[in-house]
Design a protein around this ligand. Structure first.
Ligand code: SAM
Ligand code: SF4
Length: 348
């Protein structure tokens, strides 16, 4: 038998889609990162985020279905060059059937790198299933290690669950597990070094976020925001830090704690804005595309989907939205206007 006859015929391969044109705005910023909010609801009530009584949650029919989320992520990855998708909320672990949705996103032809931001309350029971479904990494919000203070900040007694959730995420291989904390003056700013030491000890990566005027109550106060400079000063009292090169367009500035493997980051959205390198676009739980956390206008992709629009029309609306992105958030300008939606309804 000749060698040619012995070679099995290769199955015909589908022609690869041509690389999509980059999703750029007028300033040439290329957008490859999509934040998808899966719900505006939450099981905590962090004081810097929402009021004790919660908010008027979106009615279920207004939320994107799983099919609609998958369709929009497919258009984003296949036609617009989206490479990474972070699932958020509200509290994304409250979304029913989340592992199934993640499995569907992972099975897309141009599957994005999938991560999740969570308060960690439900993570202990779901981390392994999320990892098995295709999730790669998690960020867990934790503002204090003191049980009473945790209950004051979040208005719920769930610190123990979050600590178990962090350990479960680590055990499931959702690495590196990152911890996000929002320091607020007079509330938890005395724990900046303690949180960092805790994270270093457990192999988690600590990041501090400057608080932003995105709380639902409109109570944000610049005087209570702890700035990046202050955070670094607090860290410097206990650790020696060596700056690390910035990873691509990542918003976090990072430092290695000398003598350890530990890394600590600061996201200085207010005092050191990184809008010039922003590569993000956001989809709310009710299917509105936002070109910026602080945008005051949105594009109704859900309406398009439900009116039977084809992928080309969705792509066009998406590109038009990004084209109109403002150069920066202008928090410091006199005519700054807060967006109508709070952080929990946009997806942080
Ligand atoms: N519920 C999840 C959580 O807390 O991780 C996901 C949604 S939450 C809106 C996402 C992130 O936004 C959290 O790390 C939270 O601490 C942060 N956040 C909420 N309100 C904020 C504010 N006013 N300024 C800065 N960060 C805020
Ligand atoms: Fe919920 Fe996250 Fe807002 Fe806290 S920060 S109330 S956990 S959405």
């Amino acid at each position: 038998m000749s060698s040619t006859a012995a070679t099995p015929l290769a199955a015909p391969q589908p022609a690869a889609d041509p690389a999509p044109a980059p999703l750029t705005d007028r300033l040439g910023r290329v957008h490859t990162d999509l934040r998808v909010s899966l719900t505006d609801r939450c099981n905590l009530r962090c004081t810097y985020c929402m009021p004790e009584e919660g908010l008027a949650w979106l009615p279920k029919p207004e939320l994107l279905t799983d099919d609609e989320v998958v369709r929009l992520v497919d258009v984003g990855t296949r036609r617009l060059g989206i490479r990474s998708v972070r699932l958020t909320g509200g509290e994304p672990l409250l979304r029913r059937g989340l592992p199934g949705l993640i499995a569907r996103l992972t099975a897309l032809p141009y599957a994005p790198e999938l991560s999740l931001t969570t308060n960690g309350v439900g993570l202990a029971r779901s981390a392994a299933a999320l990892r098995d479904a295709g999730l790669r990494r998690v960020n867990v919000s934790l503002d204090t290690l003191r049980p009473e203070r945790y209950t004051e900040i979040t208005r719920r007694d769930r610190l123990a669950d979050v600590l178990l959730g962090l350990a479960a995420a680590q055990a499931a291989g959702l690495a590196p597990v990152k911890i996000n904390a929002v320091p607020v003056r007079g509330v938890n700013d005395d724990e900046i070094a303690d949180l960092t030491a805790f994270a270093a000890e457990h192999g988690y990566r600590m990041r501090f976020i400057e608080s932003m005027p995105l709380d639902a109550q409109g109570a944000w106060d610049r005087e209570r925001m702890v700035t990046a400079d202050e955070i670094l000063a607090r860290l410097g009292e206990r650790f020696t830090l060596r700056p690390l090169p910035r990873e691509g367009n990542a918003p976090a500035e990072e430092w290695r704690i000398t003598g350890t493997d530990a890394v600590v980051g600061v996201i200085a959205s207010v005092t050191r804005p990184f809008c010039g390198g922003c590569d993000r676009v956001r989809l709310t739980a009710d299917g509105q595309l936002r070109n910026c956390l602080f945008a005051t206008r949105e594009s109704d992709l859900r309406g398009l989907l439900r009116s039977g629009a084809d992928d080309a029309a969705v792509e066009a609306a998406w590109r038009a939205s990004v084209a109109g992105k403002a150069p920066g958030h202008a928090i410091d300008s006199a005519d700054f206007r807060r967006p109508e939606r709070p952080m929990s309804a946009i997806g942080g």
